[in-house]
Design a protein around this ligand. Structure first.
Ligand SMILES: NC(=O)c1ccc[n+]([C@@H]2O[C@H](COP(=O)([O-])OP(=O)(O)OC[C@H]3O[C@@H](n4cnc5c(N)ncnc54)[C@H](O)[C@@H]3O)[C@@H](O)[C@H]2O)c1
Length: 368
């Protein structure tokens, strides 16, 4: 009897061993069959600056394109920043990011743009004390005109472009004008930071988590004339979903202090930090590209600066921030939202500022 038990036990052990071995072999074969995605090449201009320093590790960690998407990073800056740029490259190597397949640090715009799939344009000329608006515009027009040509000639044909550097909307417009073979739908500018700031203000006011608020809108320019609009926004509360206006139940705050807080947030950060927003700008740039490439969640939209097609009566010919949904790498403006009188006024005011900026930028081109 005892002998039979021992034989049975031996048989069970053999079966267990065989199953484990078989499972290990299958897993190994599957592991060999998992095909790694092709790397995506991402260009960051102004990479030695403070947004660059916050943005680059996010890209290399998969925050922008997903945790299974390998990346190659191209970093561009100007000659005086070459040494600092090389320091950033050393740090990226030292961080040993598994997704980071290669890093190029260069001051040569042609090398930087070579084969680029996504271009995040952070480099630009800042306004210095005593400088006229036109002088700053003129510097940035020259930069964006030159970089547009380099992107057009050397980037991948379906390259997606996000302009961050200010004046972001007008820099993006100049880039579009001087890169006519890049589809206009591939050129955008960043207003997602303003969008996120609006979500942040509403969630603070209602004491809810920021992910429980959605569908705010930033209309227009990334400047103090932008219009943060909550008329179509929703919040999830313990009593179900509500419109943000009903949940806050304070039209006076929504129509005045909320709007100016979002419009002036950049200046408030500069006052506090003695430097402009960098980590929130970098995070917003990742949000912008991620949603554009991977899509917006169903039922939600985000704000993106895009070339106006005349939607909501905004004249074509300017880069204007609209509510958009994204699917399969394409954005579309959310149409049919009801616009009240106050919103109309504010949407037109920010459009007018963009028309004035465009006129100024074009006058710089004539002087060029
Ligand atoms: N759209 C937004 O929401 C938003 C938010 C924050 C900041 N910004 C803008 O982003 C830009 C960058 O901000 P930052 O804080 O990183 O500034 P920064 O001064 O720290 O960095 C800018 C970098 O750009 C480089 N640069 C200048 N000219 C260049 C050129 N021709 N080619 C390549 N690089 C060049 C500079 O050498 C510098 O390293 C600024 O224009 C800022 O106003 C936009």
């Amino acid at each position: 009897m005892e002998q039979e038990y021992i034989i049975l036990l031996q048989k069970i052990l053999v079966v267990l061993f065989s199953v484990t071995l078989f499972w290990k072999i299958i897993k190994h074969i599957c592991g060999l069959l998992v095909i790694e995605k092709e790397p995506v090449t991402v260009l960051v201009t102004g990479a030695a600056g403070q947004i660059g320093y916050a943005l680059l590790p996010m890209i290399a960690r998969g925050v922008m394109l997903g945790p299974d998407q390998p990346v190659i990073i191209h970093m561009l800056d100007i000659e005086p920043a070459a040494e600092a740029l090389n320091g950033v490259k050393m740090e990226l190597i030292d961080a040993a990011f598994p997704l980071l397949k290669d890093v190029v640090a260069t001051t040569d715009v042609v090398e930087a743009c070579q084969g680029v799939n996504i271009a995040v344009m952070v480099g630009g000329f800042p306004r210095k004390e005593g400088m006229e608006r036109k002088d700053v515009m003129s510097k940035n027009v020259s930069i964006y005109k030159a970089q547009a040509s380099a992107l057009e000639q050397h980037a991948a044909p379906d390259c997606k472009v996000l302009v961050v550097a200010n004046p972001a909307n007008t820099n993006a417009l100049i880039l579009k004008e001087f890169a006519p073979s890049i589809p206009e739908k591939n050129i955008t500018c960043l207003t997602r930071l303003d969008h996120n700031r609006a979500l942040g203000q509403i969630s603070e006011k209602l004491n809810v988590h920021v992910s429980d608020v959605w569908n705010v809108i930033i209309w227009g320019n990334h400047s103090s004339t932008q219009y943060p609009d909550i008329n179509h926004a929703t919040v999830k509360t313990t009593n179900g979903e509500k419109s943000v206006r009903d949940a806050i139940a304070n039209d006076n705050w929504l129509n005045t202090e909320f709007i100016t807080t979002v419009q002036q947030r950049g200046a408030t950060i500069i006052k506090a930090r003695k430097l402009s927003s960098a980590l929130s700008a970098a995070s917003a740039a990742c949000d912008h590209i991620r949603d554009w490439v991977l899509g917006t969640p169903k039922g939600t939209w985000v704000s993106m600066g895009v070339y106006s097609d005349g939607s909501y009566g905004i004249q074509p010919g300017i880069m204007y921030s609209f509510p958009v949904t994204c699917e399969k790498g394409q954005w579309s403006i959310v149409n049919g939202l009801k616009i009240d009188e106050l919103s109309r006024e504010k949407m037109d005011a920010t459009a007018k500022e963009l028309m004035d900026e465009k006129t100024l930028a074009y006058s710089c081109l004539i002087d060029d």
